[in-house]
Design a protein around this ligand. Structure first.
Ligand SMILES: [Zn+2]
Length: 428
């Protein structure tokens, strides 16, 4: 049996942040000194099999751990693993880089995605929410990870995203074209049948479609309503790729659970999102990642559209924060991608923090917030007894600065260490 006790560390999770809805309401270091909820200095975390058996001040825990093997974390800060809520492990943007993914055989694609999953976990991202993957390969990948045949994060997935004929992203096998209310009902059912945990719909144009604009409305009300009613009847939440305020406003009233991007929100729409409990995954990187686009050979028209939308996108994000919308980490870029000195997941979290959320809000947006949206908070999201031991360690304090996550040097998923830089060991 796996039986280890992590020592020489400070445990920090989102309950220490004072973010509304988290337990202690007390803030950062004072709570630490007092040993408050969600922040424990000189802590020990006892891990048995895949879950946390005890967590608390070191001396108190070590009295109980018996023969458990101690694992010294050398003064690290320990948080729950990150959760990236907008990933595509089979992403193919316009351009040569994307074409090489698009032209892969099914076998090549599966191996490519498995490699991406391994890299993602190594970054400290222990859970992802896939929001459109090619050819249902995500379900095969999830089964492989769950059965131990592949290494990667926990996967919650939408399967294929539902689009209207010719709608956003219609070009690839990561979307399914549907038309009319019946078409969207069938689309939802077909993804649920394949194993989808949630449903993704494309309700407006976007950055990557030459034939559309960011603010092109793409679904009629009856189509959106049909998708949401069907998904909700099956207990699946719905998230929507969406840019313009008017389209988002309509979808929010129809019961949408989450907005992706939200490039052009207004204060009024943001207020309604907050009131209705609609979350926002802002994906700030997608309008500020020229280096990434250059690397993939993304054409000029798309780069102009993306980077041109950047300032309004940031304003939109600020409006959401002002209104109190629940914002969640999501990179859209492959979550492990090397970008601006770190990986895309951490860089996105830094952008969210710098854009007004701050380090405490960012810790919530990268861990407990997403887990709550996924309905997985009984198992994930905090360092608490009974939850999966999905943990990461870094030398700097993430509540002092979000860039602390750049220094993730140790990763555990389900009680198994998958990265430990100090020992020079990495699971192959
Ligand atoms: Zn996306």
């Amino acid at each position: 049996m796996n039986d280890v006790v992590l020592v020489n560390c400070t445990v920090t999770d989102a309950r220490a942040t004072g973010v509304p809805g988290t337990a202690s309401g007390s803030r950062t270091t004072e709570a630490g000194a007092a040993g408050g909820k969600g922040r424990i200095a000189d802590a020990a975390v006892w891990v048995r099999d895949d879950r946390i058996a005890a967590v608390g001040p070191r001396e108190r825990i070590l009295e109980r751990t018996g023969d458990a093997r101690p694992l010294d974390l050398d003064g690290a800060y320990v948080t729950p693993g990150l959760v990236n809520m907008h990933t595509h492990l089979s992403l193919s943007l316009p351009g040569e880089g994307g074409d090489s993914v698009k032209n892969m055989t099914a076998h090549e694609l599966a191996l490519y995605m498995a490699d991406g999953a391994r890299r993602t976990l190594r970054c400290g991202v222990t859970t992802v929410r896939c929001v459109a993957e090619k050819d249902h390969a995500d379900f095969a990948l999830r089964r492989a990870i769950e059965s131990g045949r592949a290494i990667g994060p926990r996967i919650f997935t939408a399967g294929r995203a539902l689009v209207c004929t010719g709608g956003h992203g219609h070009e690839g096998s990561d979307t399914l074209e549907c038309d009319g209310a019946d078409g969207f009902r069938r689309g939802v059912r077909s993804q649920v049948k394949a194993g989808a945990d949630l449903i993704k719909i494309m309700i407006s144009g976007g950055i990557a479609g030459k034939h559309e604009k960011i603010d092109t409305p793409q679904l009629f009300s009856d189509e959106m309503a049909a998708a949401m009613q069907t998904a909700h009847a099956w207990g699946r939440k719905v998230t929507a790729h969406a840019g313009p305020a008017a389209v988002i406003a309509e979808a929010v009233e129809l019961g949408l659970d989450c907005v992706e991007h939200g490039y052009q929100l207004t204060p009024e729409v943001a207020k309604r999102m907050a009131e209705r409990g609609t979350s926002l995954v802002p994906t700030l990187l997608v309008t500020r990642c020229k280096e990434f686009f250059d690397e993939l050979g993304v054409p000029e028209w798309m780069q102009c559209r993306s980077l041109g939308a950047g300032p309004r996108h940031l304003e939109s994000y600020a409006m959401a924060l002002d209104a109190g919308v629940d914002v969640l980490l999501g990179s859209d870029m492959p979550p492990f991608w090397d970008f601006e000195g770190t990986n895309a997941s951490v860089r996105e979290l830094e952008c969210m923090s710098e854009g007004g959320l701050g380090p405490a809000g960012a810790l919530y947006a990268g861990t407990l917030g997403p887990v709550r949206w996924l309905g997985a908070d009984a198992d994930l999201g905090t360092v608490e007894v009974g939850k999966y031991a999905d943990l990461i360690a870094m030398d700097a304090d993430p509540l002092a600065g979000t860039s602390a996550f750049r220094g993730v040097r140790w990763v555990m998923k389900g009680g198994r260490v998958v990265r430990d830089d100090r020992s020079g060991w990495e699971k192959p």
